[in-house]
Design a binder for this molecule. Structure first.
Ligand SMILES: [Zn+2]
Ligand SMILES: [Zn+2]
Length: 364
C-alpha cells in the first residue's frame, strides 16, 4: 500500500510502501479515488502548522468504501464518499451542541484514530500517523465511518475530493456567516481554492458586489469565471483604499480566505459600518493581527472565525452536492491539474507558484 509520508518539516513527501491494519469497530477501509493538494498540507510540510510526524498528509479527498469494521451501519462496501477532515465523535460538548466541526474528541486524538491508536506502520515497524485521521495521499485509508458522506455516481471523484475541503470551507464560510443577505457587498481576500468557493457562496446568496482581492492578476481573471464582479490587485496599491473607493466606504462582508496578519487586518479595515469580517484561512501558528480598536467600536464591526464552513460538514456536503448537480456550483473548473501519487511534490510546486485552481492526485 503506497502513501506519501512527511518525515520532517521542510523535506519533500516520500511515497513509501506501508503496512495497513484492517478497520476496527466504527472504522472503514476506503480505496482513494482522488485527493486535492491544499495549502493546509503545504503549511505542515513547511512547519508552519503542527502535526505529529511521521505522517501521511492529505485531508481533502474522496473514495469508495471497500470494507467496514464491526458495528458500521452508516456506509457499506461500494459506497462512493466525500471524506470529512473533521469526523465527529457524536458525544462531546461541541458535537452535542450541533458543532461537529469543532469536535473536542477529534482535536484530542488528532492524527490517531478515535481509540488513540494508529493503523499504519512503515517497513521498519514504526508507527505512521494520518493527517485529520485520513491521510488521503494514500492508495487506501482506514478512517472513522462518520468521515464518510455517500454521494451519487454523477459526482466525479476529483470534484468529490474538492468537496472535502476547499468547497465547503469557502462556500460555508459565506452562506453560514451571521447576517448574510441578498444585495450585500462582499470582498474576498485570496482567490485560491477556498477563495473561489467563497466567491461562489456570495454569488449563490445574490451579493450585489463580489470584489476579488489577490496579488496575482491571473488569479483575479480566473475569479471572474466564478462570479467575482470586481477585481482588486493588492500588489498594485492598498487594497483597502481600492475597496473603499469601489463601495463608497467599505463592504458589508469581508472574507479572509488566505489567513495572514496582513490580509486579516485588511479584511477588517475594508469593512463599512456594521460590517462582518470572516476569517477562514489559517495563518501560521502564533501570528496575531493588529486591529484598529477605535474603528472596531465606532463602526460596530464584527470579526468572526469560520472553521470548515462554520457548520456540520455533512450538512454543507449535502447542499454543495445538490448545487453542483443543478449546475449552480462550478467545481469542474476548479480542477486544473492532475497528478499520479508519485508526482505529488510537483503538485505542491505548482501550489507554491500560485497556479490557478486546484491540483488533484488521481488514483488508478
Ligand atoms: Zn484543505
Ligand atoms: Zn465530538
Amino acid at each position: 500500500m503506497k502513501a506519501a509520508v512527511l518525515r520532517a518539516p521542510g523535506t519533500p513527501l516520500a511515497v513509501e510502501d506501508l503496512e495497513q491494519a484492517p478497520p476496527r469497530a466504527g472504522e472503514v477501509l476506503v480505496r482513494m479515488g482522488a485527493a486535492g493538494v491544499c495549502a493546509s498540507d503545504h503549511h505542515v510540510i513547511h512547519g508552519t502548522a503542527a502535526l505529529s510526524l511521521p505522517c501521511v498528509l492529505g485531508h481533502e479527498g474522496a473514495g469508495t468504501v471497500e470494507a467496514v469494521g464491526p458495528g458500521v451501519t452508516s456506509v457499506r462496501p461500494g459506497d462512493r464518499c466525500i471524506l470529512s477532515f473533521i469526523s465527529n465523535c457524536g458525544h462531546c460538548t461541541q458535537c452535542r451542541r450541533g458543532s461537529p466541526q469543532l469536535c473536542d474528541t477529534n482535536a484530542i486524538t488528532g492524527a490517531r484514530q478515535y481509540d488513540g491508536t494508529t493503523r499504519l506502520r512503515d517497513r521498519a515497524g514504526a508507527e505512521i500517523f494520518q493527517m485529520s485521521k485520513l491521510g488521503v495521499f494514500s492508495e487506501r485509508i482506514v478512517a472513522p465511518a462518520q468521515a464518510c458522506y455517500p454521494i451519487p455516481d454523477e459526482v466525479p471523484m476529483p470534484v468529490a475530493a474538492l468537496m472535502g475541503c476547499s468547497v465547503p470551507t469557502g462556500f460555508g464560510s459565506v452562506v453560514n456567516a451571521p447576517g448574510v443577505h441578498p444585495g450585500m457587498t462582499v470582498a474576498v481576500f485570496g482567490v485560491g481554492g477556498v477563495g473561489l468557493n467563497a466567491v461562489q457562496g456570495a454569488k449563490v446568496l445574490n451579493a450585489s458586489r463580489i470584489i476579488a482581492v489577490d496579488i496575482s492578476e491571473t488569479k483575479l481573471e480566473f475569479a471572474a469565471r466564478f462570479g467575482a464582479t470586481d477585481r482588486v490587485d493588492a500588489a498594485a496599491g492598498d487594497p483597502v483604499d481600492q475597496i473603499r473607493a469601489l463601495t463608497g466606504g467599505g463592504v458589508d462582508f469581508a472574507f479572509d480566505t488566505f489567513g495572514s496578519v496582513t490580509t486579516t487586518r485588511q479584511a477588517v479595515d475594508a469593512l463599512g459600518k456594521n460590517g462582518v469580517a470572516v476569517i477562514a484561512g489559517l495563518a501560521p501558528l502564533g501570528d496575531r493581527a493588529g486591529i484598529d480598536l477605535v474603528d472596531l467600536v465606532r463602526k460596530q464591526k464584527h470579526v468572526v472565525g469560520a472553521y470548515y464552513g462554520s457548520a456540520s460538514p455533512h450538512e454543507t456536503f449535502r447542499s454543495i452536492v445538490d448545487l453542483y448537480l443543478r449546475g449552480v456550483l462550478n467545481v469542474d473548473d476548479l480542477v486544473q491539474r492532475r497528478y499520479p501519487l508519485e508526482r505529488i511534490n510537483d503538485g505542491f510546486a505548482a501550489l507554491e507558484r500560485g497556479e490557478n485552481g486546484r491540483g488533484v492526485i488521481v488514483f488508478e
